[in-house]
Design a protein around this ligand. Sequence first.
Ligand code: HDD
Length: 728
Amino acid sequence: NTFPESSETRTGSTAPRRATPSGQALPGAPAPEEPEMNEPTEPRPPLPSDPDQAAPAARTATGNPAEGDPADRAQKSSYLTTAQGGRLTTTDHSLRAGDRGPILLQDHHLREKITHFDHERVPERVVHARGAAAHGVFRANGAAKTICRAGVFDEGKETEVFVRFSTVLGSRGSADTVRDTRGFAVKFYTDEGTWDLVGNNIPVFFIQDAIKFPDIVHAAKPHPDREIPQAQSAHDTFWDFVTLHTEATAHTMWNMSDRGIPRSYRMMEGFGIHTFRVSNDKGETSLVKFHWKPRLGVHSLVWEEAQIANGMDPDFHRRDLADAIESGAYPEWDLGVQVLPDSKDETFEGIDLLDPTKIVPEELAPVQIIGTMKLTKNPTNYFAETEQVAFHPGHLAPGIDVTADPLLQGRLFSYLDTQISRLGGPNFAQLPINRPHAPVNDMHRDGMHQTAVHSGVAPYKPNSLDGGCPFFAGSDDAALIDVPVHVEGQATREKPASFEDHYSQPRMFYRSLSPVEQEHTASAYAFELAKCYEPVIRERAVKVLGNVDQGLAESVAAKLGLPAPDPVDLDPVTESPALSQVGREWPTDGRQVAILTCAESDAAAVASLAEQIFDVGMVPLVVAPTGQPLGKGDSAVAIARTYFTARSIEFDAAVLADLPAEPEPAVGVMLGELQRQGKVVAVVDSAVAAAEAVGLDRDYEGTLEVNGLSAVLPSLLNELAHHRVWAK
Ligand code: HDD
């Protein structure tokens, strides 16, 4: 943005004249003109945004240290000062009456420092409190232009984005790998105003009407008396609610499946969930569902990994995202849409498109790719960016509109409201991370934490005193295009009959999973329900599952030691193979491979394998008994982990290089875990005996016996493309 040099250029020839309160012309004021009687009608360029409301000149993220001077990451001034800019000689000692006496109230630095510290925290988000975020770019391929006029979809158009991933239930300090839904919120800083796509990694929701949101959240959050358990749905109140309120069955089923414990934020799908209405240049409308497809494929942890990670590395997902970006392995997602005709009844193949507990299977409406998002920069400051970013499903771009989905409609109220208490007032849009990259000329004024110094005297319309500024957009470039939708009806607290079907979609989801995924899902139900103290809740849950799939209900009942429910007649469903994560091949980029060594391992061979792994885009991590490098001199190999610190959760595969006849006991622990978790373990011939001594299962399908380290990579890549050894 450029700013006007003088008030004259700002206001042009129709500038209101300067006059004294008595109406006399000020000395030097231009000769009086004929007063304007009416509001100016002749349009002219609106004023540029006020400096304080313009997007920051540079993004606040510095990202890769490799890209810039490390000093950029430091504080920006040579001297430590007070908040008023006074230089300080020390910040270590309070002002005291003698070196053993009490502290003096007049010590302004002490009071200012402690007072600011006392107010460092803002309330955490009521849901999605724990998150991790990154900056990036969305590049459109132009395919959406036929259905949507938004400039963000112009072919080749690049738009900056900020993406925040989150868990839902836990507080800010909770662990990453809990079983939960993940938030997937994307802020597109488009030229036409900010568009937020505030979605999740699960395409359905617990409730159909926003009025139930406090109920589901109160039920899922820790018990109000003892505030346990943290970040878990494995407790009585959650299962009490979702088994009584059975429209939650679909979302609960997704949570209990492997989708509830993603391997990485980089390997999650994202969904806009609701149906949106888009319109093109001709005013034609379509209904769409938004999907994010990760280029690395959709992968999950197994429950044992998730549980170990909670203790060993509660920041597992946050670290993974930041490390990948810092190392240049920028995660990418394709954005796709399912395009559905804007029919009068807003249904598609019998599926009510306004019901957020339902999906449209991809086999019925393929996901068409309309662009790609790449995350390239980590935030510079967690609080300023990741914590203070404020999303809102009502932040829309021209051509993207909401539908009457009652969950979405309620969200449109909630997000603005929550920011006012969380971020301390109505001016949160002025925080750098929330500033649109499009010029802002709103007429909002004053309020808590106002940082803009607004000029002009007429923040109202119509006005003549500010030359009629700002002007209205034409219908061609307006942000909020109200698609004329016919609405009528009697005010009623009822829902349509189509919202009553709570079981056919969970049944479709469960039956579309592979046997191993079904087994994981049944085990997850059994784990969570076994954590409930009230027998009636367990029994009710099994009964609800009987309405989904008798086999699932029987499996969960058996694990809980309960009788199987009486079979009920269930309607058949058509499976949707796209719902399974198993059976496809995926890129292996960014996968972590442990090379387990001992002090005597051949340093040159280990170095060469590590290089090969690195060259194909994976991350080699050499593990040794101590931090002492392998070998000597220039060819010495640095040790990434010792057996004290390494744990199976970090590794997607492991290579056992030479091992002594009696390896570290930790090697045995590691092997046991890797094999249980269905990971590939490549063992060089010279290490087989040692590995067997600490529990290597040679019959395990993931064991690859290889002749020397140089032969490891091809077989490893082949197996890793499937993510895990599913036969296990
Ligand atoms: Fe929500 C935050 C996603 C329903 C009320 N929501 C929040 C975030 C995500 C979602 C990703 C975190 C954004 C961030 O990173 O800052 N929420 C969803 C999805 C929903 C959904 C995909 C259903 C399809 N939410 C929903 C309902 C309500 C809310 C029905 C209330 C009626 N959500 C909120 C909130 C939060 C929020 C209380 C907490 C912090 C915030 O908004 O900024 O207003």
